[in-house]
Ligand binder design. Structure first.
Ligand code: LRH
Ligand code: MN
Length: 398
């Protein structure tokens, strides 16, 4: 890295001062796989506990001012009382309601799809939930409605893929028409699971087409776990940046499929390559409006520890990517100096930026080592005592 220490630290400060990442309410709850759920006494099950945990993560990291909410899990009634309650929790814990996630994958009626169901009645029910979710976003003052559909089929020939596209285009156009001027509709794609033959929104191209068809306030959401292992995610990100259709990310990590493991636990270099595309676009003055969000399920790791670890890892990799000497890299890319270019690019990834990141935290009055501060705070021990007494149901596979 040819940058001087002081220039490098200025870049670190600028990068971290502008780094915000949203945390998922469901990251604090007991979650599992289809083979079961290992419950944790400290897990959050009420929306108050989720805001409390989010407030603690924000206190320790200074980077998580918003909490993503899942409508059926966090706002089941969807009533004005829910809205008033969230407002009070925002004030008490210093974290605001973030993206609103409609849930169109739990009700029995959605077995053959929701917005893509062959049943007009079921499609109408699903659309009503979308409109309700959009209205809750307006009442909560949160900007993004983040839509993921489990819709698809399990066997060839059992559904008309093109008819489902038409129903989906209609539903998203109607949903978009209900957005307030400052709201956005984020369309998340996923190649498979829970559908195992076709998924209606399976890749970035489909999501981009649907977002464009829906209207000008719709964008694509990239969940890093929603790609085949061989796919080049940063190339997809570059395309979405180039087309102005990148709305946000759900960050997590995986070894095989949508494993929802903690960011950077399996392939931190993947996150680095994605962050580089964003830093490079920023320095090329590409207009950016990207929501960074975490979407993980902490089945075995302590949920508070996993969330703080994830934010810290994201900050460190964001800084590494910010320290790529992009001027030098551009010259080497043009000159096709392959090895020098790779060393300039990857060299930043090798940097140990932890001392500079810790120095930024001290500069901002945040604990230099958030994970150590969490352990020293006794927060997990306290919530374990407070929450541990209640019995928790364990769902079994069959
Ligand atoms: C689907 C998904 C989606 C969420 C859910 C919790 O796999 O990524 O973003 O609604 O996880
Ligand atoms: Mn996701």
């Amino acid at each position: 890295m040819s940058l001087s220490e002081s220039v490098a630290f200025d870049r670190v400060v600028e990068a971290l001062d502008n780094f915000r990442i949203e945390i998922p309410s469901w990251g604090f709850a007991n979650t599992g796989t289809r083979f079961g759920k290992f419950v944790q006494a400290a897990a959050a099950s009420t929306i108050e506990e989720k805001f409390a945990d989010a407030g603690e993560v924000n206190r320790l990291t200074g980077a998580t001012p918003t909490l993503a909410l899942h409508v059926l899990w966090d706002l089941p009634g969807g009533s004005p009382h829910d809205v008033a309650n969230v407002r009070a929790l925002e004030r008490r814990y210093g974290v605001r309601a973030g993206s609103i996630n409609p849930n169109l994958f739990q009700h029995q009626e959605y077995r053959y799809g929701s917005l893509c169901s062959p049943s007009a009645e079921v499609r109408a029910q699903a659309l009503a939930h979308m409109v309700k979710s959009i209205e809750m976003g307006q009442q909560l003052g949160s900007r993004d409605v983040s839509l993921w559909l489990a819709d698809g089929s399990n066997y060839p020939g059992t559904q008309s893929i093109r008819k489902r596209i038409e129903w989906l285009e209609d539903a998203l156009r109607t949903s978009h028409a209900h957005l307030a001027p400052e709201q956005r509709l984020l369309v998340e794609y996923k190649p498979f699971e829970p559908a195992f033959y076709h998924t209606d929104i399976a890749d970035w191209g489909m999501a981009m087409h649907l977002a464009r068809e829906a209207g000008p306030q719709a964008r694509v959401l990239v969940d890093t776990g929603h790609h085949y292992a061989t796919q080049n995610i940063e190339q997809i990100v570059a395309w979405l940046l180039h087309t102005g259709m990148l709305g946000g990310f759900h960050f997590n990590d995986r070894r095989y499929a949508d494993d929802d493991l903690t960011l950077g636990s399996i392939d931190p270099y993947q996150v680095f390559r994605i962050f580089h595309e964003i830093h490079a676009a920023a320095s090329d003055e590409v207009e950016l409006d990207i929501a960074f969000m975490i979407d993980q399920s902490h089945n075995l790791k302590g949920k508070m520890e996993a969330m703080v670890q994830t934010v810290v890892t994201a900050q460190e990799i964001w800084v590494k990517a910010a320290l790529v000497d992009r001027g030098e890299l551009a010259e080497l890319q043009t000159a096709c100096e392959l090895v020098k270019a790779e060393e300039t690019f990857r060299g930043a990834f090798w940097l140990d930026v932890r001392p500079m990141v810790a120095a930024w935290r001290e500069k901002r009055g945040i604990p230099a080592d958030p994970l150590a501060a969490l352990r020293a705070s006794g927060y997990v021990e306290r919530i374990t005592r407070e929450r541990g007494s209640r019995a928790v149901g364990v769902a079994s596979y069959a």
